[in-house]
Design a protein around this ligand. Structure first.
Ligand code: 2RA
Length: 349
């Protein structure tokens, strides 16, 4: 018997990528149910080449479901993930609702796959896309050299803010493209761009040093997610992390500039070889030939792409590097699907 899967939130930006991934990866599922809000019920979506009707979320929709992948807002997960678990499903949740709960594992298969079994509530959390964009590569380096400190700057794509973020970026670009004097005088782009969408400042021709919501002492929720989730996934409660999360005018694919410090000295060539042989990582690092990862080359791919690897000039225990990862694929849908595949092995008889 092949396990039954429910995809909850199948009609969103990540849900769309999830259906693509389920249709292109090795099929390990029997029935796949598509579930969404009553508003989206009745839509017909294609998965594995078949049209499937979206069902309205209800307790009954989870009867007979072995694994339920959730991509819905935090408050919807908070309400419905426990209900799905009560009805017998193991929930893989892409929201932030349970990520830091002690009784919910935060799983990245390449880093801590064994945590899948540690699920007292039958809920497993998927990390935030910014953490996921870097953690497979950072986890590989940690296993080799013993990570102690991370200083990261993110360059986050508009699609991290959903379809509204993408639409806003294109609308702003269309507006500024007609006037090549824009971006040359203080405030001129702000005056030209009326709709900011989900961003606190214009994104076109700009960068915005903000993502998420304001937390204590001026930190953003996004920056605290990078810090707290990295500690939990790597099992390093004392890991020192300083993140600055920046939104950039890119459609999809997050990038991060990373300064990582380890307990032992590191060699850039050795680190490059280690990363190149790590599952889920591709090294693209030959600046002399203009070869380094960029979002427009990485978008739509599954791996974490790493480049600009060099040893810190001031500390033989530190590496500086730049990496890119598709925030909708490995950053969300793919990692969720990979966790679900680990569970499918348990349910396949
Ligand atoms: C963002 N990482 O990019 C957050 C949530 N997807 O906005």
């Amino acid at each position: 018997r092949l396990p039954t899967l429910a995809v909850v939130g199948a009609t969103g930006a990540v849900g769309t990528v999830m259906l693509d991934i389920l249709s292109t990866r090795k099929n390990v599922w029997g029935e796949i149910r598509l579930v969404a809000s009553a508003r989206s019920a009745g839509k017909r979506l294609t998965v594995r080449g078949e049209e499937v009707e979206v069902q309205a979320i209800s307790p009954e929709v989870f009867d007979g479901v072995d694994v339920a992948m959730f991509d819905v807002p935090d408050e919807v997960s908070k309400e419905w993930a426990p209900i799905a678990a009560e009805r017998g499903a193991v929930v893989v949740d892409n929201s932030g609702a349970f990520r830091l709960d002690d009784d919910v594992p935060l799983v990245v298969p390449e880093v801590n796959a064994e945590q899948v079994r540690n699920r007292p509530r039958n809920i497993i959390s998927n990390p935030n896309c910014t953490t996921l964009s870097m953690i497979v590569a950072i986890g590989a380096l940690h296993r080799a050299y013993g990570l102690t400190d991370l200083v990261v700057s993110s360059y986050q794509a508009a699609s991290g803010a959903g379809q509204q973020g993408v639409d806003t970026l294109y609308d702003q670009i269309a507006k500024v493209a007609t006037d090549r004097t824009l971006g040359t005088r203080a405030g001129d782009v702000r005056a030209a761009v009326s709709d900011l969408g989900p961003f606190p400042a214009p994104l076109a021709l700009n960068v915005v040093p903000w993502a998420g919501s304001l937390k204590d002492d001026g930190w953003s929720s996004e920056e605290l997610k990078v810090r707290n989730e990295s500690r939990k996934i790597l099992g390093l409660p004392d890991l020192r992390v300083s993140a600055t999360c920046v939104r950039v005018p890119v459609v999809t694919t997050h990038s991060l500039a990373i300064h990582a410090t380890f307990s032992t000295e590191v060699d850039a060539d050795e680190a490059r070889r280690l990363l190149a042989s790590s599952p889920g990582v591709v090294v693209q690092d030959d600046p002399a030939k203009g070869e380094f990862p960029t979002p427009i080359d990485v978008v739509g791919t599954d791996p974490t792409w790493v480049g600009r690897i060099r040893r810190s000039l001031d500390d033989p225990r530190s590496l500086d590097l730049f990496l890119c990862g598709d925030n909708l694929r490995k950053g969300a849908a793919l990692n969720t699907a990979q966790i679900a595949e680990l569970l499918a092995e348990e349910f396949t008889s």
